[in-house]
Design a protein around this ligand. Structure first.
Ligand code: PRX
Length: 649
């Protein structure tokens, strides 16, 4: 049995949840009276304009509603309500990659967000329900924009800055956004990079719904400026009033959309609600990060992903914490950058992705030793499974063997943490997210919905609706139902299927084994293989393609493509083909989805009905032996061919 790491007893005494019994009590409370548990938290945590009169409406599964009749405003929840007791407290500490710094207090945040909200409303005519696409770097203004949308009831859709013009256009068009907010660019690896030209390109290819573009000046590089369409934020915003009354929002009004990858080529606009989302963000800030009044909290994610939404912006601000925003990469100017910042800002909670830990472990194994990291109390990871090597280095060298690591499992669709250790209560071990949080009914089940026995692989499901769950896929409720809710039911209601495989280990802990669908996880970026396949299919000489994830030491998984060519004669070197393919992927999706390797094969393994057997291709890429009977395939010989080629690689 693998060793468990126990929380420090003295530290545990100061924590919100001090031991496993206190955790268990909450679990029991939620089990006994599910609605009572969530209703109690919603009453305690949210400053309601009008109270809700029903906790959960399950009358139309899987379209669940929470806190019916409640009225609130999420920007009020994140800012206004702190003004009395925290007006001069740092809400945001920003550090640019080149070392420039900015501290924004709650009072200043209030003014900035109100001015921005007024600008969106008055100058751009944005009102409740309008969609606003935010394509921004990691700077404080990105937060102002999100909160300003929340203030006036507009629905933001933040698009990660690493996406290409084509990907941006698809997301703008799907949401029918009225306004795009961007920046000239920012800094990365010590140099300016540009965003505005990518917006220009996206808009040149459609996006009829977009009326205006708002540009934040960050790096001062020259940009093209289209009169009547483009507006510069920095000057304009100063002219607006610092007071903007928050729009009264219903619990179930949409707060934001965030596009994520699924099994088909088209990204899904995951729609989140107001009250359920912000409640879960707050509850988990307290339970999982044990946030306290004087803490400085740092999540290194990009705001373009759900982690950035919930755990850089909404969660920390809703609980009145100090949140750090860092613009750049972890290895600029060297692999000690983050640890230097932890020392300088006396960071208490540090939350990052395994891929970053692996990178810093590899390129700067001695770096943590050079800094005083004694302020750290809790370390966190998210986004992918973490390997024991990286976990132990993080635990011992970064956390000094003192800090519990919360390995948090969740998804864009879940809105917030679902399975995670409670830092000072749960004994932890590398590679396990341990137990579901109180009030989260996560279970590993087989095909028919029965709980799997310990050690047996199954599907990770959530058997009851939870407050911060995805409400629907924007404009596509049928796809929402089909993607997450199959035929398996519990108490007559369909259960949520996460797309992940998992097992219960010898401690009864949940260990995530990875996706069981056609989604791969490259450096913590969630990518659909179908999206990449459709991009590669646009190469003139590609007849057929199947993309799978291949285990990768640093990135977790890398993109691996099996390719059948139209004409082998015109085949250049594989390297040339790889370059051409990657340039298409960069254009259609973004550099994050580039292939690491390709393999030209004479055919893809198919069933007699013509379905590509991806399971076989995935197994080969992972270096696993093929145990299943392949004789029933249409073309069993190609499996041997591919296996041989692999061995030669
Ligand atoms: O496969 C799981 C993996 O990331 C997927 C969700 O990706 P995304 O929606 O982009 O959200 C990432 C940040 C919340 C999951 O289906 N994943 C997430 N957290 C973990 C994880 N895999 C293993 N361990 C985790 N802690």
């Amino acid at each position: 049995m693998e060793k468990l790491f126990y929380p420090n007893r003295e530290e545990a005494k100061k924590a919100r949840i001090r031991n496993i019994c206190e955790y268990q009590e909450l679990v029991e409370e939620a089990k006994e009276d599910y609605e009572g548990y969530w209703g109690r938290l919603a009453e305690e945590k949210i400053d309601w304009f009008e109270p809700f009169d029903q906790v959960l409406d399950e009358s139309n599964p899987p379209f669940y509603k929470w806190f019916i009749g409640g009225k609130l405003n999420v920007s009020y929840q994140c800012i206004d309500r702190h003004l009395e007791s925290r007006k001069n407290k740092a809400a945001i500490i920003f550090e640019g990659e080149l070392g420039d710094k900015r501290v924004i207090t709650y009072r200043e945040l209030y003014y900035e967000v109100n001015r921005t909200a007024n600008l969106l409303k008055n100058r751009f005519g944005i009102s409740k329900g309008d969609r606003v696409v935010i394509y921004m770097p990691m700077i404080p203004e990105t937060t102002f924009m999100m909160l300003a949308c929340a203030r006036i009831g507009a629905i933001h859709s933040v698009v990660f800055g690493g996406f290409s013009a084509d990907a941006l256009r698809d997301r703008i068009e799907d949401a029918q956004a009225k306004l795009v907010i961007t920046a000239d660019g920012a800094y990365r690896r010590g140099k300016p990079y540009m965003l505005k030209p990518i917006v220009d390109e996206a808009l040149s290819k459609g996006c009829e719904s977009v009326e205006k573009v708002l540009i934040v000046e960050r790096n001062g590089e020259e940009i093209e400026y289209i009169e009547g369409r483009d507006y510069l934020y920095n000057e304009l915003v100063k002219q607006e009033s610092p007071i903007c009354e928050p729009e009264i929002m219903d619990s179930e009004d949409p707060l934001f959309l965030l596009y994520t990858s699924g099994s088909t080529g088209k990204p899904k606009g995951v729609q989140h609600s107001q009250a359920g989302y912000i409640l879960h963000a707050m509850v988990t800030m307290e339970m999982v990060f044990d946030i306290r009044e004087n803490d400085t909290y740092w999540c290194t994610a990009d705001v373009g992903w759900i982690t950035g939404h919930t755990y850089i912006v909404y969660g920390p601000l809703a609980v009145g914490a100090t949140t750090i925003i860092y613009e750049g990469v972890p290895v600029y100017p060297d692999a000690g950058r983050w640890w230097r910042m932890v020392e300088e800002y006396q960071v208490n909670q540090f939350y990052t992705a395994p891929t970053a830990i692996r990178l810093l472990h590899k390129t700067g194994i001695e770096e943590p030793k050079k800094y005083d990291l004694s302020s750290l109390r809790i370390l966190g990871t998210v986004g992918e499974p973490i390997n024991p090597d990286a976990w132990l280095w993080y635990y011992n060298e970064v956390g000094g063997g003192r800090c519990p690591i919360v390995d948090t499992w969740w998804q864009t669709e879940t809105g917030g943490h679902m399975i995670s250790p409670i830092p000072f209560a749960t004994p932890i071990k590398p590679g396990s997210a341990t137990n579901p949080l109180p009030g989260i009914m996560a279970e590993i089940v087989d095909e028919v919905g029965n709980r799997v026995p310990q050690g047996e692989k199954g599907f990770l499901c959530i058997t009851k609706p939870w407050p911060s769950m995805i409400r629907t896929i924007w404009n596509d409720p049928e796809r929402f139902k089909k993607s997450y809710f199959g035929d398996v039911t519990k108490d007559g209601k369909p259960i949520y299927f996460s797309g992940d495989g998992a097992i219960y280990d010898e401690n009864g802990y949940i260990v995530i084994t990875g996706r069981v669908d056609d989604v791969i996880n490259v450096s913590g970026h969630r990518l659909g293989t179908a999206e990449i396949e459709s991009a590669i299919g646009n190469h003139d000489n590609v007849a057929e393609v199947a993309v799978v994830g291949k285990p990768h030491q640093l990135k977790g998984e890398s993109v691996f493509a099996y390719i059948v060519l139209k004409s082998e004669d015109s085949l250049g070197e594989d390297v040339e083909l790889l370059k051409e393919i990657n340039s298409i992927i960069s254009k259609e999706i973004g550099a994050i989805a580039k292939c690491d390797e390709i393999m030209v094969v004479s055919g893809l393994p198919k069933t007699r009905s013509g379905k590509i057997m991806r399971r076989i291709l995935r197994a080969i890429a992972k270096g696993e032996k093929i145990n299943q009977d392949i004789s029933t395939l249409e073309n069993p010989a190609v499996v041997e061919e591919i296996e041989k080629k692999f061995q030669m690689k």
